[in-house]
Design a protein around this ligand. Structure first.
Ligand code: NAD
Length: 493
């Protein structure tokens, strides 16, 4: 068993309360590491370090160009340590090594991107209508950032949140999910090696309702950036309002993946599989509702079931595995309970629908790739996020039906559209209330492209230039260029 410590003020330290939590290896089905159970005292210590970093010491006066250099150094270190960190992530969350290793190989680009952006955030001179005034705007760091992340892609979320926050000049206290904290704790050492002054990046681990809640309530944290479920997001939004904290929320989804009859059906079926069975369905952008035009429904279903049957379930570390274990025990139980709900609501089970077992399947947290048809959009299986390998196939006739059904959920994270008709593709993209639309592709993500949700899928955007503005406040400065002041000071100038 490996025992981890918090990372506060540039050093690893034991938790003030002297308590640790087990972190499980989902493939082996047993604990492999201990992570600190953070208390208010740990959060106070980390926030004090982060606040000091922003007000005194080298970071407070560092130029944006120098901040960029720190981020670039970190990118270089990630190139060196990526594979090792990917293996830690797989150990902790059971996702495929092929997936986590691919993510880690790509992550340095996020750090390089915000390294380059750090010193290109310019204010403006406003051609103001008031005579005798010069007005300029500039962008200032928002303050200490509290980051809360989910278990499915821990270091990806670190990159998405921390790179723009530090580029903006903010310091960060981050709490990873209690189910997968190890990679973030190991990553923290790289920030010191990259030259980050103490206190600029801190990691405190622990339970959501303890450590996480203490961060949301902390008076010296100015902004919360959160990735997780919409239920937790709503709690955080309400709690943050008490202190008027700024909040960005990256939440769940129930994304429609929509296949029209003129599509390249083989490509569309591949996209459907990548939308729901990749990462064992544990992705916010899961295309969990497959909307298929009725004229091609049988063909699509036949091809889908064939792929689901041949998918290799097993050890996430092995290169030929397609579907690994479910990350957490509560999540495993939740997925099985949704399968029962779908059956009792009248959906027809086409494939899967039960725990997977067999040689090499240790740990007791595997679920067969599951496909339901005859799903109507009002069923719970079509409305609620399952976060597992469970696909609902819903038939439709006309384009307007696809739009109506596609939008008829509380979420608005993403959508896929499969068609060769460019006009229809554009009409669909305009009509769907989601943050990302993929046309003839699915699950494509880049550090350059804004990502985030509409409706219950969240607030704010990560990636791209606009993400840095999530960590900046705009200030307007007025300068009177004359010596006078108006004769009547009681009216607005
Ligand atoms: P979760 O909401 O249970 O937890 C997320 C984080 O919040 C964890 O660090 C947790 O400890 C913390 N937390 C929990 N309760 C808290 C509280 N009361 N106060 C403060 N912090 C608290 O989510 P999860 O199960 O880790 O992740 C799965 C969810 O994340 C899914 O809904 C998925 O769709 C969503 N997700 C969204 C995105 C996105 O970018 N939109 C990406 C990945 C996952």
């Amino acid at each position: 068993m490996k025992t981890y410590q918090h990372f506060i003020n540039g050093a690893y330290v034991d938790p003030e309360g002297g308590e640790w939590i087990d972190s499980d290896d989902p493939y082996q089905g047993k604990p492999w590491a201990k992570i600190p159970r953070g208390t208010n005292a740990d959060v106070d210590k980390a926030v004090a370090a982060a606040k000091a970093a922003m007000t005194e010491g080298p970071f407070a006066t560092m130029s944006a160009t120098q901040r960029g250099k720190l981020l670039r150094n970190l990118g270089d270190l990630l190139v060196k340590h990526g594979e090792r960190l990917a293996e830690v992530e797989v150990r902790d969350n059971g996702k495929l090594l092929a997936e986590m290793s691919g993510q880690l190989k790509y992550q340095p680009e996020s750090w390089y991107y915000y390294a380059g952006l750090a010193d290109k955030i310019e204010g403006s001179v406003v051609p103001v209508d008031k005579p005798d005034h010069l007005v300029f705007t500039n962008h200032e760091p928002i303050g200490v950032v509290g980051a809360l992340t989910a278990w499915n892609s821990p270091l990806l979320f670190v990159a998405w949140k921390v790179a723009p926050a530090i580029a903006a000049g903010c310091s960060v206290v981050l709490k990873p999910s209690e189910f997968a904290s190890a990679s973030t704790l190991e990553f923290a050492a790289l920030t010191a090696e990259a030259g980050f002054p103490p206190g600029v990046f801190n990691v405190v681990t622990g339970l959501g309702h303890e450590t996480g809640a203490a961060m949301v309530d902390h008076p010296d944290i100015a902004k919360i950036t959160f990735t997780g479920s919409d239920a937790t997001g709503a709690q955080i939004y309400a709690a943050a309002a008490k202190r008027m904290k700024r909040v960005s929320l990256e939440l769940g989804g129930k994304s429609p993946n929509i296949i029209f009859d003129d599509a390249n059906i083989d490509a569309a079926v591949s996209g459907a599989v990548s939308g729901i069975f990749a990462a064992t369905g544990q992705t916010c952008i899961a295309g969990s509702r497959l909307l298929v035009q009725n004229s091609v429904k049988d063909e699509v279903i036949e091809k889908l079931v064939a792929i689901a049957k041949s998918a290799q379930i097993g050890d996430p570390m092995k290169a030929d595995t397609n579907i690994g274990p479910v990350t957490t025990r509560p999540q495993y139980e939740k997925i099985l309970s949704y399968i029962e709900v779908a059956k009792s609501d009248g959906a027809t089970l086409l494939h899967g629908g039960k725990p997977a077992s067999g040689p090499g399947l240790t740990g007791d947290q595997f679920i067969e790739p599951t496909i339901f048809c005859d799903v109507t959009n009002d069923m719970r299986i079509a409305q609620e996020e399952v976060f597992g390998p469970v696909l609902s196939v819903i038939g439709f006739d006309q384009e307007e039906d696809a739009i109506r059904i596609g939008n008829d959920v509380i979420y608005g994270l993403a959508a896929g559209i499969w068609t060769r008709d460019i006009g229809r593709a554009v009409r669909m993209s305009r009509a769907l209330k989601v943050g990302t639309v993929w046309i003839n592709t699915y699950r494509a993500i880049s550090y350059m492209v804004p990502f985030g949700g509409m409706k219950n899928s969240g607030i704010g955007r990560e990636n791209g230039i606009e993400a840095i503005h999530e960590f900046l406040e705009t200030k307007s400065t007025w300068i009177n260029t004359s010596d006078d002041y108006p004769s009547n000071p009681f009216i607005m100038r």
